[in-house]
Design a binder for this molecule. Sequence first.
Ligand SMILES: [Zn+2]
Length: 701
Amino acid sequence: MKNLINMLLTVLSVSICLSGCTKKAGKDLSNPFFSEYNTPFNVPPFEKIMAKHYMPAFEKGIEEGRDDIAKIVTGKDIPTFENTIEAYDRAGELLNRVMMVFLAQTSSNTNDSLQAIQIELSPRYAGFMDEIMLNAGLFQKIKSVYDNQAEFDLTPEQKFSLDNLYKKFVRSGANLKKSDQDSLKVLNQKLSVLTVKFGQNVLAETNNFVMFLDKNDLRGLPESVISAAAQSAKDAGKEGSWAITTQRPSIFPFMTYSPDRKLRSEIFNAYINRGNNGNENDNNRILAEILSLRAERARLLGYKTHAHLVLEPRMAKVPENVFNLLNNLWGKSIPVAKSEVAEMQKIISREGGKFKFEPSDWWYYAEKLRKQKYDLDDNELRPYFKLENVRDGLFTVATKLFGITFTPITNIPLPHPDAQPFEVKDADGSHLGVLYMDFYPRESKQQGAWCVTYRNHHIVDGESISPVVTTVFNFTSPVAGQPALISLDEALTLFHEMGHALDALFNKSTYNNTYIAWDFVELPSQLMEHWALEPLVLNMYAKQYLTNEPIPADLVQKIKNSGYFNQGFDNVEVLAASLLDMSYHTLESPVNIDIQSFEKEYFKKIGLIPQIVSRYRSTYFTHITGEYDAGYYSYTWAAVLDNDAFEAFREKGLFDQETAGLYRKSILEKNGTMDAMQMYVNFRGREPVIEPLLRNRGLMK
Ligand SMILES: [Zn+2]
């Protein structure tokens, strides 16, 4: 949930003065947010909540939140954990409740009125959050509890919570003297302008380049690629022609199927030089300036580099840990990529080609290699992936692991009429939480898949408040006379989001505010994906939807093999970008660096092979000017964790009760209330190792 709030704030990171809203909002009792929900399991009364209810509830929520904070600040008693940290945790209860419903609904079931409210509400909510983070009186109270914590006999959860809250304020500059706070504000403002400009330049450069094709150039392209190219040409004002753009969905299918080396090279060069053309959209100087300002801000806040600042609350903690992992994997991936080049060079020779392999040849020859070695047709699989079968298979996996059950609920408010509600019960039959599943696309829903909560687990007056969780998808819809037959990818997505849901359902946090490490979030979700493709599990749920026959063994084998395809390339491409990101953000004083020569020298130093270009080059690496600065490594980090964690089940048994119980107790119940590495060690008995990832990706020699 915290992520969603942050997402909203960054989308509209505007901060406006709140002084305009001094009018006291009254409590209209017909507004469902102002009274007890009185619904089964106390879920939000969705049918009663109308667009007009949000603003008054939000205004009242801010007012109450502001009063709660003021009470902490003006309190005469010596600051204690209870009167400060716990009080802070309970502050703005109404606001929190409204925001959770609002954010979940605007992503899965929005409309014009809700979107209008979103635009009005986002900057005001951001402004209120700024008001709290920059409240000097509040910080002094928190600091007092932090400095004197030895006197309070705190539980480990309380210590963890206090430590994280205090450092969050410090990282936002609360501990700086006034003049430094003013410098910080200037730095933040400059950075926000530059990062927006960087993104706009990438967008402009991506849109500016169009490569038009003749009829002859369509050779080798599948029908779907040709019709997409026709649409692109039409969009570019040349109806009746065909065009390829530097958007990923346009360029990479073309790179995969076009036999024309010259055209492939032309579009690829345009792609890898976005933001590096010396025109008004050039990003070289902008990135250099961003890096320099970030380094300056880190120094001001007392950190060695920007990466040190960003990594502090994460599992990785310091840049050295990230470099160790990335370098280790890099060493294993380069030789595999080289052998892939050799295999493709063989195909070229066999076909009588007399040229040296270039980066722009990769996709075309990799596809030939894939056909030769790993051919797996999605349409061959779909009949075995009827949505209900996959869902029930997933439920069975969860039951076999944790003893929990899923009972459909009738007569409960639904966030949308299509959502399916389940009561999740523990092995002893006690209530754990409510889970909604909302499967199909519709206009009011955003793209993608996600899991969010309408209520998190917390404890009030000694009583556990159970979570309300929703998982939202955009799966292939059923067509007339046929059930929904989903793809392998969609089946994995279903297991993935259930992993997030279990994390929320099993959580035993005392407080509303939890601190889940940003590079640990995907462990529970990615771990669940492993069960989906195990032959034993596939045999349980992947049944032909008409005949009920289990999936044939050769298809299971093909699924397994396809996991090894192109792994040298995939890993090197992503690792190169991750290492570049970290190398930039561990520079202590990068003033006026020349981005092009830095990048070139760096890749030369670490031994990137000439046949592969980093997945992102500097001038269009929007991740590092967005939310993934010193963070692109996290994809790889999470993969190490999930592969190593699953290995525990491989060692002891896919459904070993002791291992599942330990995983639940050490990680799922504690996530966000304890140090991530400590939780992991409690589960695994040691820190994570990379060998299982290497094995699963075919990088082990
Ligand atoms: Zn996820």
